[in-house]
Write a protein that binds this ligand. Structure first.
Ligand code: TRP
Length: 505
């Protein structure tokens, strides 16, 4: 164990054990740092995880490069090492510097109708990345994944409140929460799998499914033979969701779907397969994207390898051994909690890195590294100076546990209250406007080193606007011709962009 929680001899018993009796287990369906011989949770060993997964660590050089490319300070969650690992993050910065754009993709499994504080962290980070880079973002809600997973957990039985429709409803509630975090409707597309999958997306799914064997899927996800057949297949959907070619309409190109079946969308758009994608997510999702990256270049239209920026988990109130879980009410602060509930949960459940008594604390000092109140503050306090002062004072015994908790409670109450106010104005209509497949508006890098033509061109006919004409809804002959031409032109421009990316890869 290398984390501060286990190597510091002065910390309380929960974290002081050195021998793990149950091994750390982390994959998309399992997040546990393991347990010691007394059954106590052990902190997740991120160094070991990174080694096991073979991902790279984010270095000070990456942060400096980020600042240079965006002209803004690196995000606080990067500065504090919450987003701490990556794959090909440099290539995303290269692409942005050179060509001016890329696509952001993240997602959420709607396992219940309410989101907790831990769920908001990757979304807040993604939102701020979107603002910094001014690029399109897609958010996938995996109602299908959670249906399959939940039913599997219940030994194949469908419990009341766990029907397909229940998970769609959870997804809608979650989407409203996500919108309330402040995403820009002009450049954000949010969808649920049950409501969106089809068209070019589904073609990518089939192609991808055909490249993953059962043993590869089982190996990466820890599935067992008695699991339902949906789970091992599901991963293909989460993978190809990273391909811009799965969402032609967001880039002003037609898709082939009911009711238009646009003839200009007969083929998937090669041009879109050239655009790079960055996925910000918690590191438990990495096994999916390892499978993805190995196959990007084997698609009929090869895609560049998807880049990842990976975070640690927001720890449970009880300490660093697990993550907040929606199924354990005491482990999490919910976005629907009242100020009083927040106060109570922090005061009675937040694991403290302080001493038993105030006298001892004053004399010996506390350990902010395992202190949950301090950890939460590190996610939300923007000022590095203020955070450092809190840590120093805590260590020296000048600041007591109760004071640290009070500071944390005040921050969280205000974050949650602001959120709840915005959430009230997210109606069904607002939600559906984010879920409408439509051309997104984004500018990207204003000064790319090699000003590229935009990946796709805004041409009325290719934009789906001309499709009203003609009896069959396919447009008149002339309109179809115009659509074809516009499509050709867009493909050409993207080819140019792509050859530049290749030349410099
Ligand atoms: N499987 C994820 C979950 O259970 C949801 C998800 C889908 C996702 N696509 C993603 C998460 C991309 C991060 C990035 O929460």
């Amino acid at each position: 164990m290398t984390s501060a929680a286990t190597s510091d001899p002065g910390v309380p018993p929960i974290a002081s054990q050195k021998i793990a009796a149950a091994a750390q287990a982390i994959d998309p369906y399992n997040v546990s740092g393991g347990t010691d011989e007394h059954g106590n949770a052990v902190a997740i060993d991120y160094d070991r995880l990174v080694q096991e997964f073979g991902t790279q660590l984010l270095t000070p050089e990456h942060l400096a490069r980020f600042e240079k490319v965006t002209g803004k300070p690196a995000h606080r969650l990067m500065r504090r090492g919450v987003f701490f690992s990556h794959r090909d993050f440099d290539k995303i910065l290269d692409a942005y510097e050179r060509d001016g754009t890329f696509m952001l993709y993240t997602g959420r499994g709607p396992s219940s109708g309410s989101m907790h504080l831990g769920h908001t962290v990757p979304f807040l980070f993604t939102k701020e990345l979107q603002e910094l880079f001014d690029v399109p973002l897609v958010i996938m809600m995996t109602d299908d994944e959670k249906y399959l997973h939940t039913r599997n957990k219940n030994e194949g039985r469908q419990k009341p409140g766990n029907t397909v429709e229940d998970f769609i409803a959870f997804a809608h509630e979650n989407i409203k929460d996500i919108i309330a975090l402040g995403f820009d409707p002009k450049k954000t597309f949010i969808y649920t799998d049950y409501e969106y999958l089809g068209g070019h997306f589904y073609r990518n799914v089939s192609e991808f499914e055909s490249m993953v064997t059962l043993s590869q899927s089982f190996g990466a996800m820890g599935f067992k033979m008695e699991y339902n057949i949906g789970l091992p297949a599901y991963g293909a959907k989460q993978c190809v969701a990273a391909f811009p070619s799965s969402y032609p309409e967001l880039f002003g190109l037609p898709d082939s779907r009911y009711p238009t079946w646009d003839p200009a969308a007969k083929m998937r758009h090669k041009s879109l397969s050239k655009i790079m994608t960055l996925i910000p997510c918690a590191i438990d999702q990495e096994p999916y994207f390892r499978i993805l990256r190995d196959r990007c270049e084997r698609m009929t239209d090869p895609h560049p390898k998807t880049a990842l920026i990976l975070s640690k988990f927001l720890t449970a109130l009880q300490g660093a051994g697990g993550k907040m879980s929606a199924s354990d009410a005491n482990s999490a602060i919910f976005m629907s909690d009242t100020p009083n509930q927040i106060k109570k949960k922090i005061n009675s459940h937040a694991f403290s890195g302080g001493r038993e008594t105030a006298e001892e604390q004053r004399e010996l000092g506390g350990n902010p590294d395992v202190d949950v109140a301090f950890t939460y503050l590190s996610y939300f306090l923007e000022s590095d100076g203020e955070l450092e002062t809190l840590a120093t004072r805590y260590r020296s015994g000048d600041l007591l546990t109760g004071e640290m908790k009070a500071k944390c409670i005040a921050e969280l109450q205000s974050f949650v209250a602001d959120f709840q106010k915005r959430r009230e104005s997210v109606t069904d209509e607002v939600m559906r406007s984010f879920m409408q497949p439509r051309k997104l508006e984004f500018k990207g890098n204003p000064n790319p080193t090699k000003p590229a033509a935009p990946a796709v061109k805004e041409e009325g006919a290719a934009n789906g606007e001309a499709k009203e004409g003609g009896k069959d809804g396919r447009g008149t002959k002339g309109e179809r011709k115009a659509a074809k031409l516009a499509e050709k032109k867009a493909e050409k421009e993207a080819e140019k962009l792509a050859s530049r990316q290749k030349a410099e890869a």
